[in-house]
Each structure stands twice: as C-alpha cells, then as structure tokens.
Design a protein around this ligand. Structure first.
Ligand code: FES
Ligand code: FES
Length: 154
C-alpha cells in the first residue's frame, strides 16, 4: 500500500505493508538512519522519535497508525529550541560513549523538558527510565538534561 508520511517538515510517499513498524519505514524506506534499532519490543528506547511532539517507540508504532501525524527524528531536532538546547548540552558535557542509544536518549530528553522545563533528578530518572544505555552514561545524561534546562532558562 502507499502511505503519505509527514516527517521532518516534508511529506514523503512510501510503499509498505500494513503492520510495518515505523522504524523500518524511517530507516529502510526514508534512509534516515539516525534512529536506531535496539530491542524491537519497546524495551530499550533506541528507536524513539516524536509523533506530534511526543516521544514514541517507532519499533512498536505502525505505518497505518501515523496517518495525519507529524513525525520528527533526530535529524531535525536542531530546528526546535528545546532540541537545539539538548544537543548543545550533550556536546558540552560529552555525554556520548559508543553513541548507539543517544538519538533515543535525546528524543526522550526533549519530551521531558517540554513537559517539565526544570526537572529534578528523580523526575529525570523516571522519565528517562525507558531509555537503556549499555555504556551506562546515565550520570552524564542526567547532568546534560539539567544543563539543557539552564540553557533554555537563560
Ligand atoms: S528498538 Fe524500539 S524500544 Fe528498543
Ligand atoms: S552510549 Fe553506548 S549505548 Fe549508550
């Protein structure tokens, strides 16, 4: 079937079977490879993108469920002030180790800061708990979320 996908400010046409995970549409059809495959079962957060501004797991979101919605991936977050602040904080604090989980971490961090502009440590831990980092960069992630909050407040 043909589907129209609104992604990163553009409308793209894709051909996919109903039931195709959005993650595969993003990576294989649209060639936006910043979004990663980790577990495939909504347990790791590596595949997180925004659907109408809210973080979702693209491995468990299906092509037929996104009609009319706006998808944003890591490739476009710098266009948004919260996204730009998060990316700046991530760079300043050198959060990334291997990097595999970090697109998903950043997408979730943006969701958190939109909802809670000045999160405390427990709010960060709660919100980010679905994003797993096999390199255990959690301390730096927490610090970078707080730094992004300061950047946005300035
Ligand atoms: S790949 Fe989607 S949550 Fe792990
Ligand atoms: S930085 Fe390696 S998995 Fe998170």
């Amino acid at each position: 079937m043909d589907y129209s996908v609104k992604i990163n400010g553009e409308t793209r046409q894709v051909e996919a079977e109903p039931g195709t995970p959005l993650l595969w549409v993003i990576r294989d059809e649209l060639r936006l490879t910043g979004t990663k495959f980790g577990c495939g079962v909504a347990s790791c957060g590596a595949c997180t993108v925004h659907l109408d501004g809210e973080p979702v797991r693209s491995c468990q979101t299906y092509i037929e469920d996104i009609e009319g919605s706006e998808i944003t991936t890591i490739e476009a977050v710098s266009a948004d002030p919260v996204g730009a602040a998060v990316q700046q904080a991530w760079a300043e604090l050198d959060v990334v180790q291997c990097g595999y989980c970090q697109s998903g971490q950043i997408m979730s961090a943006i969701g958190l800061l939109r909802e809670t502009p000045k999160p405390d440590v427990s709010e960060i831990n709660d919100y980010m708990s679905g994003n797993v980092c096999r390199c255990a960069t959690y301390q730096r992630i927490r610090a970078a979320v707080q730094r992004a909050s300061e950047i946005l407040e300035a």
